[in-house]
Design a protein around this ligand. Structure first.
Ligand SMILES: *Cc1c(COP(=O)(O)O)cnc(C)c1O
Length: 356
């Protein structure tokens, strides 16, 4: 039976990426060796890395002083090394608190300097994106989370910031057009919308670096990775390859405009069902709803498990909400076909007819 993967991450990828990646594990491009045994400094792997970087630059429309890095440690390591590299002890960084991941980023920044939370939706269980706030011009940087994977909210417009703008785009990178040159840093764990777990994309403007007073261990210093072209130590070669294939696929499909169009259509179909079906309710303020992670609850909580099972029986896996919020969450990243949405909508309709 066909399965549709609605998990939030590691997540669905295009079928052709799975096929090409598995072929490369056996043999990369007729070179007589596997992708995962060749040196990370071989010309074959360096060409993979260069191609991946070029796709990122093209898709995000980056400036020349924005460096593209492939790092390890997940988005979670970035929470820590961003303030480590950018924030002196008595300086302040501004953060927008829109969910669990933002909170984790804030927690780490407080280890290194002062944090000013310019706005928060914590008191409403993060069910909306705050829009009325002022970012102080004295802050070292302003940090946002463009898509809140757990709650299912998303910034529909990027803020204009008087100070360097830094974005955690882990769960919506490459899902819609973004003018990357408007950001001073962008980072994203690959395992949601651009590849497999093990690599983190980092885009950083070089002019931000080298200004903190503290000593930075070599491997945690962005300048090391820039200087070494993401080859300071052995990078996650397989994960970088899978990201490269996914980026190639995005371009082939028509780029970020095409991704956005598909993602809007998929999300609207699912939200329309949530809004018209008497058994389900959306969790997030309508104008802030995520196109990537669609969260909803069932109006008769006694049917929660039965609905989860009905969805599973129809091939929809991974729709249980995050353990910290409950309810349901359908993650519908770039690679989720419309067919998957149709199957889920069908289950919701049928379930409401039987149990509404
Ligand atoms: C998943 C996620 C993270 C954490 O990513 P790791 O790669 O597991 O460290 C951070 N931010 C957001 C928005 C996420 O969705």
């Amino acid at each position: 039976m066909k399965k549709y993967n609605f998990y939030s991450g590691p997540a669905i990828l295009p079928q052709e990426v799975f096929e090409q990646a598995s072929k490369a594990v056996l043999e990369l491009d007729n070179i007589g060796m596997s992708l995962i045994e060749i040196s990370h400094r071989s010309k074959e792997f360096v060409s993979v890395l260069d191609e991946a970087k070029q796709h990122v630059k093209d898709l995000l429309q980056l400036d020349d002083d924005q460096q593209v890095l492939f790092m390890q440690g997940g988005a979670s390591l970035q929470f820590c090394i961003i303030p480590y590299n950018l924030l002196n002890e008595h300086e302040t960084a501004a953060y927008l608190e829109t969910g669990v991941w933002a909170k984790k980023a804030i927690k780490e920044a407080k280890l290194f300097g002062n944090v000013q939370v310019v706005a928060s939706s914590a008191d409403k269980n993060f069910n909306f994106i705050p829009k009325e706030y002022v970012v102080p011009g004295t802050a070292k940087y302003f940090h946002i989370t463009t898509n809140n994977t757990i709650y299912g909210s998303q910034l529909q417009e990027m803020p204009v910031s008087p100070v360097p703008l830094i974005a955690d785009m882990s769960s919506d990178i490459f899902s819609r057009p973004v003018t990357g040159s408007k950001f001073d840093m962008i980072y994203a764990g690959a395992q949601k919308n651009m590849g497999t777990a093990g690599v983190t994309l980092v885009v950083v403007r070089e002019s931000l670096l080298g200004k903190v007073k503290r000593q930075i261990p070599t491997i945690l210093d962005y300048r090391t990775h820039i200087k070494e072209g993401s080859l300071f130590n052995t990078p996650c070669t397989f994960a970088i390859y899978v990201s490269m294939l996914t980026l190639r696929w995005i371009k082939k499909m028509g780029g970020l405009e095409a991704m956005q169009k598909m993602n809007e259509e998929k999300a609207m179909k699912l939200y329309n069902e949530i809004d018209s079906n008497p058994l389900f309710t959306g969790v997030i303020a309508k104008e802030d709803r995520s196109r990537m992670n669609v969260t909803f609850t069932i109006n008769k909580p006694e049917f929660e498990d039965a609905f989860a099972n009905a969805a599973k029986d129809a091939g929809c896996v991974g729709i249980k909400g995050h353990r910290s919020v409950g309810g349901f969450r359908a993650s519908i990243y770039n690679a989720m076909p419309m067919e998957g949405i149709d199957v889920l909508v069908g289950v919701m309709r049928e379930f409401a007819v039987k149990n509404g």
